[in-house]
Design a protein around this ligand. Sequence first.
Ligand SMILES: *Cc1c(COP(=O)(O)O)cnc(C)c1O
Length: 424
Amino acid sequence: MVRFKKTMKSSSDYAQLLDEQDNLKEFRSLFYIPKKNGKECTYFCGHSLGLQPKKTKDFVNQELNDWKEMGVLGHFDAKNPWYYYHEYLNKQIANLVGALDKEVVSMNSLTANLHLLLTSFYRPDKNKYKIIIDTPCFPSDRYALNSHMKLHNLDPKNSLIELKGNNETGILKDEQIINTIEENASQVKLILISPVNYYTGQYYDIEKISKVAKKNNCIIGLDLAHTIGNVKIFLHDWDIDFAVWCSYKYLNGGPGAPGGAFIHSNHLKTKTLNRLEGWWGHDKNTRFDLLDNFISSDTAESWQLSNPPILSMAALWSSLNIFENIGIDRITTKSIKMTSYLYTLLSKIDNLTIITPSRTEQRGAQISIKIHDFDKKIYETLLENGYICDYRKPDVLRIAPAPLYNTFKEVYNFSTFLNSLINE
Ligand SMILES: *Cc1c(COP(=O)(O)O)cnc(C)c1O
């Protein structure tokens, strides 16, 4: 087996030492770790689907049981009355994204929320109608944007401005983003950025980008799919207009978990802001009076359409409690340490290029690598041996050690094994 050049940092003893010093190590036992042939897998796919907290089934069972025992009366009489259920998650979510409680709501899926907020915030006129996006752009976001342009009789070919990064890595320079906004400002209506890009793992300087957007009278919206629960972000203070997210990635909310939306308090009382409306967005004091006129709740809840899926909300709530108990500061501190360790070990391996930026403030928990002369067998052998990461055509692996449940030893073993697969 190919070994790393012997240095302090590339020995398995060092990995063990880092694990011993890890003050979040006890939290791994809060999660079910998938197994292969009776052995725990090394799970580096928390950026696609986070693992199941052991408490989740208790939270779901509580609601199943109240439904069983009470039927419709559970709306108000359940242990956690369903009528208010989404509110139980608000403070925890608001803390994770740096928002006021009234600025966030857990609902729908990411793409559905993106459509709802584009309906409110993308109101192009004949001067300002263009949209700037970062690339690679997740296909669903692109479809959503294109469809809104078409709804406004605009041709995406002339209306969508794509920020294209470095030829080999796709990494974008902050100046490039800022220059593109400034050069096109007179025509740009909206900027949609994924603060942590799903493909490259790059975390942009959102505070700076937002300032430039505001100076140029552009709306700024964020897709937090790979951001929430992964890096610190301050939506309110950074003056972000709106944001959307899903909760099954770093948040461990379970497959298809309810996503969420943020609307800055600046917009919550704006009568000129239109939206698609439903009964669950109605002011909750009179929601069940079934009035003919819609009365907005003056919070992000106004964007809710329907009563929420309680069983999935329960699963998400179980996971948010873990984030609240540990705190995002401690989580990101470990994350930076563990990802830096992965970065260091990967950079010692020949015949691969690391795409993700080397500076810790420019990334989250994910490192993306391009393997030279890639053979799909490499990925398949990783899986066969219980190393679960993500493969993107044609030659990219995305590896995401999650601070809540991964260990330094796993990072070490993965890197050593990958090295042997590529270079032996
Ligand atoms: C995962 C992801 C989505 C997922 O969209 P859903 O509507 O939740 O299925 C959207 N955008 C990005 C950037 C993602 O990474």
